[in-house]
Design a protein around this ligand. Structure first.
Ligand code: 7TS
Length: 414
């Protein structure tokens, strides 16, 4: 792999940017400033080429052919699983289940682990900062089972109240499900401590890592979590592929979710026996190209260096936070001490959609709205925010462009 670091441990952002062809374009006559990576990240050429190469040279179905192309496709698909395993430091490759994304990973756990373990009167604990993907599957489960959803609070900076969370975990709690990093506020939760706390009460923990893996080193064994979910498309990989990590003991016990090809070892009309892990949870032809693309994305991220990415983004977040604080009338939403990548804000009483529209004319892409976290917006007493989110390819110039754009917004709506 091409070395991307010039100074060991430091990220050369201009060099990184050259790897992302999409960034080299104009939007409404201005250079594109992409500040919406929390919604989806851009893809390096290495990922785009890995996907095309697969379709040009190896395309075949996996796990079933004796012919060479099928063997190559199977080998590449399973090699991608091993890359994911190493990336999150799972103990075994069979603890990595390929799914469509974070949403599907969480639904899988709710529909298998949840449906077999949760009974009437039991409780699932989440936090007020969750994305809808980590709320609704649990609500659906609770509704079906007559169980109760308990919600841990935060303070006004967007910091989780860990003591309150601890108090919510009781003898009826069957699972704690929380984000590793909040998508709307950027708060990084002390998940290692939280997992320990839950385990002391014998409560398993699912971490929604959608917003963590692109920014932080994740080691599921060090975290001690029972499940970890993330999406390929936020990690510079293709959309349509994601990962559920589960500890073997739990995955072994869980019934399959979807039935179909590949998830069985034998089928008769009287009885079907299920395949071993992880195939028990991968019914049907998977997103083979997606998995291969995700493997290439992981190679890319490791080539740049996860710690170098974290350090670069930390500097940039500090720079951006200070720059936005200088803008009069701007209110940052989410000012927890430990944050990654996200700047949510309001500007006077300008509607966030109007902020987004004016910035778009300047070539600046941000997200506006409730960020699929409506209960969080209600807790904050706002309907929506404007959100700029950073990734490894962003640089100070992007922040400067955002600041200039926001001055323009103020002029337009003065
Ligand atoms: N969990 C978190 C914390 C997320 O940020 C998202 C997507 C999801 C789950 C769902 O991921 P998916 O890949 O299954 O859709 N978050 C966002 C966002 O912040 N803006 O657009 C999508």
């Amino acid at each position: 792999m091409r070395a991307l670091r010039e100074v060991p441990g430091r990220l050369d952002v201009e060099r990184v940017r050259k790897d992302f062809p999409i960034l080299r374009q104009e939007v409404h006559g201005n250079p594109l400033v992409y500040l919406d990576s929390a919604a989806t990240s851009q893809k390096p050429r290495a990922v785009i080429e890995a996907v095309s190469r697969y379709y040009e040279q190896d395309n075949a179905n996996v796990h079933r052919g004796v012919h060479l192309l099928s063997e190559r496709a199977t080998q590449a698909y399973e090699a991608a699983r091993e890359k994911v395993q190493r990336f999150v430091n799972a103990a075994h490759a069979h603890e990595i289940v390929f799914v469509r994304g974070t949403t599907e990973a969480i639904n899988l756990v709710a529909q298998t682990y949840g449906r077999t373990r949760v009974r009437s009167g039991d409780e699932i604990v989440i936090t007020v900062m969750e994305h809808h993907s980590n709320i609704v599957p649990w609500q659906m489960l609770c509704e079906e089972k007559g169980a109760v959803l308990r919600v841990a609070p935060m303070d006004d900076t967007g910091t989780l109240l860990v003591d309150e969370l601890e108090r919510l975990i009781g003898s009826r709690t069957r699972l704690l499900a929380l984000g590793h990093v909040s998508n709307a506020l950027g708060t990084i939760h002390p998940v290692r401590r939280i997992v320990e706390m839950a385990h002391r009460k014998n409560v398993p923990v699912l971490l929604d890592g959608a917003q963590a893996v692109p920014h932080l080193a994740v080691d599921v064994q060090a975290l001690g979590c029972d499940f970890y979910a993330f999406s390929g498309h936020k990690l510079f990989g293709p959309s349509g592929i994601g990962v559920l990590y589960g500890r073997s003991e739990l995955l072994e016990e869980m019934p399959p979710w979807q039935g179909g090809g590949d998830m069985i070892s034998s089928v008769t009309f009287e009885k079907t026996t299920y395949n071993k892990l992880p195939y028990k949870f991968e019914a049907g032809t998977p997103d083979i190209a997606g998995a291969i693309g995700l493997g290439a994305a992981i190679d890319y991220v490791r080539g740049v260096g996860v710690d170098a990415i974290a350090a670069h983004e930390h500097d940039l977040l500090t720079y951006a936070t200070e720059a936005l604080r200088e803008i009069s009338g701007l209110r940052l939403i989410g000012t927890a001490k430990e944050k990654a990548s996200v700047l949510s804000f309001l500007l006077g009483d300008v509607h966030p959609h109007d902020i987004g529209t004016v910035l778009d004319r300047e070539g600046i892409a941000i997200r506006t709205g409730h960020h699929c976290a409506q209960p969080l917006m209600r807790r904050l007493g706002v309907a929506a925010t404007a959100r700029a989110s950073l990734a490894l390819y962003n640089r100070r110039e992007d922040v400067d462009a955002l600041v200039a754009g926001l001055h323009k917004v103020r002029e337009v709506f003065a």
